[in-house]
Design a protein around this ligand. Sequence first.
Ligand code: SAM
Length: 279
Amino acid sequence: MYEQLLNINNRPQPFSIYTADTLWTDPHIAQQMLKTHLDQNTDLASRRLPFIEASVAWLQQRFNIGPGTRLADFGCGPGLYTTRLAQLGAEVTGIDFSENSLRYARETAVSHNLPIDYIHTNYLQFQSDKRFDLITLIFCDFCALSPVQRQTLLGIFREHLADGGAIVLDVHSLVEFERFEEGASYGRNQSGNFWTNEDYFSFINQLKYEDEHITLDKYSIFTPTRSFEIYNWLQHFDRESLATEFAASGLVITDWHANVAGEPFDPQSPTMAIVAEKR
Ligand SMILES: C[S@@+](CC[C@H](N)C(=O)[O-])C[C@H]1O[C@@H](n2cnc3c(N)ncnc32)[C@H](O)[C@@H]1O
């Protein structure tokens, strides 16, 4: 028991364990995630619809999106952006490894008669002959990836950009990092039936890596039949660290904003959004 508690409360090396696939594709958790994406009382999995509408309006105006614009949304989830972007006439590709979210996205596309190409894959392995005028990665997904994974994804973006194409993504800023507090809690069925329909005990450990600007929310779940862990890592960026990563992949950041609705850059904002191009 002591050894187990030691393990639960340890401080793992940053990004040493990747569990995003469990978080998004475990059949039970994926269903809960879909409900969370669509829940208009929370911004936990997707932002709420007024923000999404504002974001699509900004993207349309900034990138002149219309018939013929080739667009790829990485981590498209249930298609809250792809549906609206396709309604502008763009040729939209949505990429996600959550089959459950893609099923919802595909059904929405059929019901709106939209020819969206949804691709079920890990975006870190995405390969296509298509080239895109705009590539998006929305809701700070970039922050959940390790440095190596981020370089892989930026390489994939660069390879799939059409000449003159652009990337838009958002990240957590150091403002958000400063707000994060370490903590630990333990309880029975702490998150209701989010993790499982079984009875469970859970430990939640919140860790902060001061030098690296990384935070970790670690969930250790114990049910009568199994135990599992979820590691939610988040890298936080300042402008210099983000620009350096993009430059290492042959990309240059051309615009800085507070968020993907195109609001002006604000040093007090918990997020930053960027537009980047091939160098
Ligand atoms: C925070 S949600 C955001 C969804 C959507 N962009 C939005 O804002 O509504 C992250 C999405 O990325 C997907 N995702 C995370 N890692 C992925 C990976 N390696 N490959 C493919 N999809 C991934 C998840 O399944 C989930 O749908």
